[in-house]
Design a protein around this ligand. Structure first.
Ligand code: IMP
Length: 180
């Protein structure tokens, strides 16, 4: 079934159930890796909000949750490369084990910038857990990118936190653009 968001058409790529199944697997690994480490999950807003909520509900070890906000798409369907630092982390991460929670990694420009910025604050460790990655679009080698929900084609997607012109974030699944 196709859905319309503003001027574009989309069809389902990943169902809510598929997302939840994968999130449980990711959380299982994180529960094991971070036992006795009290990790800090740092979400990159806005897109991460549903993924972060579902992921941390499956975390069974003591953990903290914090957010930062960056933007680079500014409403369209391709990155502008200009990263806007909208909200910095307000917590001290020195000596902490950081798990960056990202919605989607496209060129990797945003993540490369953020990882470099946070590393200067001397965390004990830092890794990235991204719900979606577009391997064919990736232009940076980001060795911290350890956990990936799904690798997808180089196509524009919305839903489950991701937007098109700020619309569609509330969709339960992930939808890809129908190019006719
Ligand atoms: P990158 O810096 O090119 O990796 O882009 C990362 C950011 O662009 C993500 O955090 C999203 O906010 C946005 N983005 C990338 N691809 C998509 C997409 O397919 N749909 C919606 N937003 C996207």
């Amino acid at each position: 079934m196709k859905i319309q968001i503003a001027d574009l058409e989309f069809e389902q790529l990943l169902s809510y159930e598929a997302l939840q199944t994968r999130i449980k697997q990711l959380a299982k690994q994180l529960n094991k890796d971070y036992e006795n480490k009290t990790p800090m999950f740092v979400g990159v807003l806005n897109g991460c909000f549903l993924f972060m909520a579902d992921l941390v509900k499956e975390i069974k070890i003591p953990c903290e949750v914090a957010f930062t906000k960056l933007s680079s798409y500014h409403g369209g369907i391709s990155t502008t490369r200009r990263i806007r630092d909208d909200l910095d982390l307000t917590v001290n991460i020195e000596g902490r084990h950081i798990v960056l929670v990202e919605d989607i990694v496209d060129t990797g420009n945003t993540l490369d910038y953020l990882v470099a910025k946070l590393k200067k604050r001397k965390p004990a460790s830092i890794i990235v857990c991204a719900m979606l990655v577009k391997p064919d679009a990736l232009e940076y080698e980001i060795k911290e990118l350890k956990h990936i929900g799904f690798e997808i084609e180089n196509e524009f997607v919305v839903g489950y936190g991701l937007d098109y012109m700020e619309l569609g974030r509330n969709l339960k699944g992930v939808y890809k653009r129908v190019v006719s």
